[in-house]
Design a protein around this ligand. Structure first.
Ligand code: FE
Ligand code: CA
Length: 530
């Protein structure tokens, strides 16, 4: 282990203790000259008795270099006006963690909405609203969640979030590509300042830019989020420890991919409402490229078992990309000897084993719905022809043995109603989950809703009709529209509405329902409702 690695770890451990309020240190009063809460507030990772409250201070709000720790006071209350029964505490924001705080009030009541806010000196943050999970044994009537992904700044405005907030969800599932690391030179709508993103400072600046968006801020302030990531939080098409596309100037000799990934992961932690435990585990790891443990198991009372997966951090590199290049491509499996290699994994062996256990526990607890929330399309999608099938090697299609292990696990544990949610492809795809995608008569195990993007473009004219013809387990697809999905769970059925914008290049875009699907519990069948 390098000396500098040791220092970084010690430094971050100290900062973490401050930022969670675990370490009470005297902090100098800071003289403000601007709004320290320019990135808004957020909450996430709810449990039945707690939730993570997040904010990040903007250091431009005070004289640069005038302090190295700022005291952040927090309050949480059942009432919007913080009149009585206010819980409060203090955390320290430090430069080491990008001036972020992640506090976790404990012993809250289950299944309850709360309000929270922060204060620095005389400045109050906006008030956020959040909630705890229902008690594990509670018989709850319903769960409404919004699922969304892929918010590329240069491709459009975040009007989708303004409409998503009107749906009053209990929870937002964010499924990856929260930022993009591109310079935005091919901008369609607005150019992100700063060029390519490689360093910790650059990642931090990119998050600050995205979080300056008022619609995104308002959605964060409206309910807790559960977040996983995809590639662009680090770099296009990276896979585990392998870089994808887009080298830093001077190449990796100057700046290793391990360093870039570690910087990106740190900035991700700093900017998302994640529990401190994900960073603590990372700091205890002896590996050089500190992992960030995102996969999580969340029970919505006895109604739904939400399993948040990480399909990026542990995956093997893409197989047979043309010319031995890095990153992804379209591949004809018959010319790719390692395509079916069972040693290749999407989730990594540890997460696969964890998932097996989590599925078994969910089934034992008799929860009607099991939601697999992950970053990409699960079902096979042949984009070639009948006799020359071709598949995109970055998604689950590029990891067929790993996908088979996943569907076998669903079968082996007799998971009653699996619902797979995904993102990444910037198109809406709705289909049945098959036990074996190579077999046209395969058993149907569940349903899949892969969502379109909040703003990221989808390159092509609508090519979905031909693809639907060739991939019959999908029943609906649309590549033209941006938006989000709303999923309503009850014991009897799941109702999913695909909500899409009329024009992503306008911040005042309106929203429509593109299609509605019902899934009666226990039937594994999609019913088109509108
Ligand atoms: Fe994306
Ligand atoms: Ca992606």
């Amino acid at each position: 282990m390098s000396r500098s690695g040791w220092h970084r770890r010690q430094w971050l451990q100290w900062a973490l203790a401050c930022a969670t309020g675990a370490l009470a240190l005297p902090a100098r009063a800071v003289r403000l000259r601007g709004n320290p809460f320019a990135s808004g507030v957020a909450s996430g990772a709810p449990s039945a008795d707690g939730v993570v409250l997040w904010t990040r201070l903007d250091p431009q709000a005070w004289q640069e270099g005038s302090t190295d720790a700022v005291a952040v006071h927090w309050e949480l209350c059942e009432h919007e006006h913080f009149a009585q029964g206010v819980r409060s505490g203090q955390a320290l924001a430090t430069a080491a963690l990008g001036w972020s705080v992640h506090v976790q009030p404990q012993h809250l009541e289950s299944g309850r909405w709360y309000f929270y806010r922060f204060r620095v000196g005389e400045a109050w943050s906006p008030t956020g609203r959040t909630r705890t999970l229902p008690a594990p044994e509670a018989a709850v009537q319903r769960l409404r969640l919004v699922y969304a992904s892929c918010q590329r700044w240069e491709d459009g405005y975040f009007a989708a979030w303004r409409h998503a907030r009107q749906e009053s969800p209990d929870l937002v599932l964010f499924l990856g590509d929260y930022i993009y690391e591109y310079p935005g030179t091919h901008s369609r709508v607005r150019v992100p300042p700063g060029g390519w993103v490689y360093t910790l400072e650059q990642y931090r600046a990119r998050y600050a830019l995205y979080k300056s968006d008022p619609d995104l801020q308002a959605m964060h302030a409206a309910c807790p989020w559960l977040c996983t990531w995809d590639d662009h939080e680090v770099q296009n098409d990276y896979a585990g420890e392998h870089p994808g596309d887009g080298e830093p100037p001077g190449g990796w000799e100057r700046y290793s991919f391990a360093q870039r990934r570690a910087a990106a992961y740190q900035a991700y932690y700093e900017n998302m409402p994640l529990p401190a435990s994900v960073l603590v585990r990372s700091l205890q790891s002896l590996e050089q490229s500190a992992p960030l443990c995102l996969h999580a198991d969340v029970a919505w009372g006895r109604l739904a078992h939400l399993l948040l997966l990480d399909t990026r951090q542990y995956k093997d590199r893409q197989a047979c990309t043309k010319g031995g290049r890095r990153g992804s491509g379209l591949v004809e499996p018959r010319y790719c000897p390692v395509w079916d290699d069972p040693a290749r994994s999407m989730l990594g062996r540890e997460q696969e084993a964890w998932l097996e256990q989590a599925l078994a526990q969910g089934v034992a607890a008799r929860m009607p719905w099991t939601v697999l929330a992950q970053s990409t399309l699960l079902g096979a999608r042949n984009v070639g022809s009948e006799d020359k099938p071709r598949y995109w090697n970055d998604g689950w299609d590029g990891y067929p043995a790993a996908r088979a292990r996943l569907t076998q696990a669903l079968q082996r544990h007799r998971v009653p109603n699996p619902v797979v949610l995904g993102g990444d492809v910037h198109e809406n795809w709705v289909g049945h989950v098959l036990a074996d995608y190579a077999d046209p008569n395969s058993a149907v195990l569940g349903v899949e809703f892969c969502g379109t993007s909040i703003s990221s473009h989808s390159g092509k004219a609508d090519h979905t009709a031909a693809l639907l013809e060739r991939n019959k387990h999908f029943v609906f697809a649309d590549s033209l529209r941006r938006g989000y999905g709303v999923a309503d769970f009850t014991e009897q059925e799941l109702l999913v509405r695909l909500r899409t914008l009329d024009d992503v290049t306008r911040s005042d875009a309106s929203v429509q329902t593109l299609a509605t699907f019902g899934v009666p519990a226990g039937q594994h069948r999609l019913q088109r409702r509108s």
